[in-house]
Design a protein. Structure first.
Length: 374
């Protein structure tokens, strides 16, 4: 009978001393319980010696392999925890050819959209015991290239959110030669999987809702000019307003996808000779900023001016009045993109979907109300 198999289900000292992989253990004294040892001094051999198992068994147990008996796996983990053993990431990546780390590259880390997106990404990574290396390039294409370059050799795959129109050729050149999944990135062909939101359809649905609710003079707060999401939301608004003809009046104001620009747009609307019937902001953060400006001025929402947004960030339902918006499962977007990336890593030769286009849904709350058409 193979002594190695016996050994992995037994703590017998006799079997331990006979195991050829553990001869080294006699050369070092056992570490007494409660002894303080520097973390850097503890090696996988120390864990193996304390647990009376082989180095290979420790490696398999700590890396989640199936061919280790559950009692042995628990013993190894308990010993590793007691000794405060931390695997050497560089050595492990050399032996396994995997860093067990995934890169996430975002244009910004500020705001509830990115927080929700990261919540979805992190949930999938944690469930599959992967680590994340997250970096922001602050909307700068050159910095994005530097960030992606720095991730080479450190990650097994990368998620990239790059929503800038006319920039995809440079992005593709910057991507490392590892599995990549793009989020909200306007890629013309299907060379890489892209997970995104149908911004155009969502903006059309919201504008139609406002018109159907009796609002005729509608202001739109846009996003950054180069941002593809902002461009598509503006396009959807314009198309529906143009189709309404003389019955509707459109007012357009600039924005930057943050509360401050929404507040500034609200102040600009207050300075007009007449208030609009409704405000449609291209994202919820700007809608909340505008809502605050109107309420500060004593404007009643929605009795005097309705306010609507896009994204359905968590805060949207907790303001007063609660915000009408286009609901996008932001965390779900992150979850699906990360799940797809793991599939690409686990089976790079398989044929996978080109990505997914999420269609947002209208959520009507207290910031808009039905009006009698004028």
């Amino acid at each position: 009978m193979d002594r190695r198999c016996l050994f992995e289900t037994s703590s017998s000292n006799k079997l331990f001393t006979q195991h050829p992989e553990n001869v080294y253990s006699r050369a070092r004294p056992r570490i007494a319980e409660g002894t303080t040892v520097a973390k850097s001094a503890i090696t996988i051999k120390d864990v193996a010696r304390e647990a009376n198992v082989s180095v290979a068994t420790v490696s398999r147990a700590l890396n989640g392999h199936d061919n280790v008996a559950e009692p042995v796996r628990k013993l190894v983990r308990d010993v590793a925890k007691r000794l405060r053993y931390t695997p050497h990431a560089a050595a492990r990546s050399l032996s396994s050819r995997s860093t067990q780390t995934l890169g996430v590259v975002l244009p910004d880390l500020y705001g509830e959209f990115f927080s929700e997106l990261m919540r979805g990404i992190d949930g999938v990574a944690t469930a599959h015991r992967w680590h994340l290396l997250v970096s922001s390039y602050h909307g700068d294409a050159q910095q994005r290239g530097a960030v992606l370059q720095a991730m080479r050799g450190r990650v097994d795959g990368v998620l990239v959110l790059s929503p800038y129109a006319g920039d995809t050729e440079a992005l593709v050149e910057d991507l490392p030669d590892i599995p990549c999944v793009l989020i909200n990135t306007p890629l013309a062909d299907a060379a890489l999987p892209v997970f995104s939101v149908d911004d155009h359809a969502g903006a059309m649905a919201m504008t139609r809702h406002l018109l159907a609710s009796g609002y005729r003079r509608i202001a739109f707060i846009g996003g950054p000019e180069r941002n593809h999401d902002a461009q598509q939301r503006l396009r959807g608004f314009r198309e529906v307003m143009a189709a309404a003809g003389a019955q509707a009046t459109a007012i357009e104001l600039p924005g930057a996808f943050d509360e401050a620009s929404g507040h500034q747009a609200g102040l600009a609307l207050l300075a007009l000779p007449g208030l609009p019937d409704a405000v449609f902001a291209a994202n919820d953060m700007m809608a909340l900023g505008c809502l605050y400006a109107l309420q500060q001025a004593g404007v009643r929402v929605p009795a005097q001016v309705a306010v609507a947004g896009f994204d359905d960030i968590p805060l949207a339902r907790f303001v007063h009045p609660s915000l009408t918006t286009m609901q996008v499962s932001i965390a779900g977007l992150g979850e699906q993109a990360m799940t797809h990336l793991l599939q690409l890593i686990q089976d790079p030769q398989a044929t996978h979907a080109a990505g997914l286009m999420l269609v947002p849904s209208l959520v009507v709350r207290g910031s808009t109300a039905q009006r009698d058409p004028v």
